[in-house]
Design a protein around this ligand. Structure first.
Ligand code: BES
Ligand code: MN
Ligand code: ZN
Length: 482
């Protein structure tokens, strides 16, 4: 699938499908008027018939009339004109693409998607998301990406930027959708090595031996139950002079979370291939920033393990020593993500970052609190927290703050060790998990994003297939580009 800017007379030159976005004030849109004129009033009759909805993400596939040299005219609604945003166009483009992706097509031409460069990039990203499904292993595919997409109303540079961001979101989705028998620490590291080479950033891979030398006792404990050995990856991208301190991105990469001896029931375990979505996000954001050539120094750290049971797996009551030197008492082997991140955060600190942002499918409690469309946002720094909340909202990927008062931290005091890996009981579980992470950032400005809800969808949305979503990749690519 390739994107090109449409320089032709978009209503007169042939294509397979002409895709047009219309809001509730459609009669005033130039796109409507041009198609109406070309079709000698046919389009106005269709729109006035009330058969074509302009409600958000409603797609009407019409046989194109005489005068419009396409076989199909697809109309997608964007709802109320006064409330259009990045998300409006991301979703509308995704919904249109998903509706049209049911069969192989050659040239699609999109017109009317976005009123600003940010909205246009969101729409291009949406179209790419709509063209990729989770049908990875079906012998008969159900999603077909078109060969070419012609985009009306954006120049080559804007299109290229949107395409890079869309490719990155789809990379995160694809990796999350890979089944856990194929996606494990080593294969994740292999893929990351390819991505780094292609995009142009450096990667360092720590294997089990190196992790032992580095005394990553917390991460290694989680990994011990699996025959698949753990990895820790460090990404480095340099977009400004070497002496300017970097931003650090950290990701949870549990390629499968069985819960360990605190075993999950079948229903809860079924989708736990998604537990590496945080790590996939970090890799995908690196792909974007390196290809977009953002002017910042950024480092990434992801910890990759499989949380399984075996005769050698870590147990309840075990005491671990994290890389920072803190000792941790294990009260629940299913609270493993924070153990992996504890060592990753410590490795990140070594690079002297000005800010740290971590992405993790960390707690079911966060999903209970905020549902599946909003990520939990926890921080030790109100300024950074506010920045993250506002730009993710602007991009249409919602994050919402949870309180971080010190008394939550009292719940993780250890009995025989410094801290324990869960709070007292289940209440406030997203926050006690964040308090645990805070123990490992040494007061550096830090934001924790709990993406357990939005990183993976059990059922499809009109604009996106079920499975991995790449949630927040788009916002962070845009934030770092700005
Ligand atoms: N990976 C899970 C969290 C999760 C739940 C992600 C649902 C995606 C969807 C995490 O490792 C976990 O098991 N957390 C426990 C923590 C508890 C034992 C303190 C949880 O949320 O139950
Ligand atoms: Mn777990
Ligand atoms: Zn987990």
């Amino acid at each position: 699938m390739k994107f090109v800017s449409c320089r032709q007379d978009w209503v007169a030159d042939p294509c397979d499908v002409l895709v047009v976005a219309l809001d509730d004030e459609w009669a005033r849109r130039p796109e409507f008027q041009m198609i109406d004129r070309a079709s000698s009033g046919w389009f106005a009759r269709v729109m006035h018939s009330g058969e074509v909805s302009t409600k958000p993400n409603k797609v009407s596939v019409l046989i194109a009339p005489t005068g419009v040299p396409a076989s199909v005219l697809a109309v997608v609604g964007t709802g109320s004109k006064s409330s259009t945003s990045c998300n409006t166009y991301f979703r509308a483009a995704g919904a249109a693409m998903r509706a049209l992706a049911s069969k192989q097509r050659d040239i699609l031409r999109f017109v009317g998607f976005g009123n600003s460069p940010l909205e246009t990039r969101a729409a291009i990203c949406g179209a790419m998301v709509g063209a990729q499904g989770q049908d990875l292993f079906k012998s008969e595919k159900t999603t077909f990406a078109p060969a070419t997409i012609q985009w009306v109303g954006a120049n080559d540079a804007q299109i290229r930027a949107g395409e890079i961001i869309g490719e990155s979101v789809n990379l995160a989705r694809h990796m999350t959708n890979q089944p856990p028998n194929l996606m494990y620490p080593q294969t994740f590291a292999d893929r990351a090595t390819e991505v780094a080479k292609d995009a142009g950033f450096s990667i360092e891979v720590w294997d089990k031996e190196r992790l032992e030398q580095e005394r990553c006792g917390s991460l290694l404990a989680v990994a011990r139950g699996s025959v698949r050995e753990p990895r820790l990856l460090i990404f480095r991208y340099q977009g400004s002079p070497p002496d300017s301190e970097p931003l650090a991105l950290v990701g949870k990469g549990v390629t499968f979370d069985s819960g360990g001896y605190s075993l999950k029931p079948t229903d809860g375990m079924l989708t736990m291939k998604c537990d590496m979505a945080g790590a996939a996000n970090v890799l995908a954001i690196f792909n974007a920033i390196a290809k977009l050539k953002v002017r910042r120094n950024i480092i990434g750290v992801v910890g990759l393990v499989e949380n399984l049971v075996s005769g050698d797996a870590f147990k309840l009551g075990d005491v671990l020593t994290a890389r920072s030197g803190k000792t941790i008492e294990i009260h629940n082997t299913d609270a493993e993500g924070r153990l992996v991140l504890a060592d990753c955060l410590n490795v990140a600190l070594q690079e002297n970052p000005t800010q740290i942002i971590d992405f993790a499918t960390l707690t079911g409690a966060c999903v209970v609190a905020l549902g599946t469309d909003v990520a939990g946002l926890m921080s030790n720094n109100t300024q950074l927290q506010g920045d993250v909340q506002s730009f993710t909202e602007k991009c249409g990927e919602l994050t919402w703050p949870l309180p971080m008062h010190s008394f939550y931290g009292e719940q993780i005091a250890g009995k025989v060790a410094d801290i324990k890996n869960v709070g007292e009981g289940r209440w406030g579980g997203a926050i006690t998990a964040a308090k645990f992470l805070e123990e490992f950032v040494q007061g550096r400005p830090w934001v924790h994003l709990d993406i357990a809800g939005p990183a993976f969808m059990d059922s499809p949305k009109p604009w996106c297939d079920a499975g991995g979503t790449g949630f927040l990749v788009r916002s962070f690519a845009e934030w770092l580009l700005a």
